[in-house]
Design a binder for this molecule. Sequence first.
Ligand code: PEP
Length: 250
Amino acid sequence: MRKKLIAGNWKSNLLLSEAISLANSIAAQPISTHYELAVFPPEAFITSVASICNTQVFTGAQNCSMYAEGAFTGETTARQLQSAGVQMVLTGHSERRQLFGETNSVIQQKVNKILEAGLTPVFCCGEMLPARQANQQNQVVLQQLQESLFHLTESDFGKVIIAYEPVWAIGTGVVASPAEAEAMHAFIRNEVAQKYSTTTAQTLRILYGGSVKPDNAQELFSCNNVDGALVGGASLKVADFLGIAHSINQ
Ligand code: PEP
């Protein structure tokens, strides 16, 4: 049984006092055995947020360096994040791909560094609107998996969480239909079964991301292959973020 994960990507929003207040409200939640929570604060606030999150809520980073250590001004390495209390790292987010030119090969290097540091990669994949309109979403996502993840050993792949985030749904208010999300998640799981094994495919958690809100979460979570959500905008309001978590059928 895969435990659902609701992960909040705060992006470049909030000031320190606001981040602390949001983390406190989320950490004050009663512990649930039905789902896990994770927050991905701006990097400057990671130690503050990690000290609040403790055992009930995972702390994630939104990015890390593709390098292990050294003269890379402005970069933060996965090992540094681990030493600051991080447990998960987002990689492959469409904003990193589109705005910062991250390629599948750069993302592969980051996945390696995240795993070497003993952290969990939350690997984002997803097609842009023209690919969806041309019904090429499966090819796009498969290529992202092949070029950034499928070099891993089965044991390392077993530590990865995937977030399917159709780019046309991110921050747009246009959410994928449950049928569209389920079809892609089932496709990903099937490709993982073929590459590795049924056991690894069945234990893999695949989150959906893209305009998830309290009023559409329940439908998405009722899909067999949707194991939670990566939430952007709605993760900035405690009531919305927890409302999404609470819509998981218990
Ligand atoms: C995201 O950026 O990962 C995301 C899913 O954003 P939103 O929920 O705002 O669409």
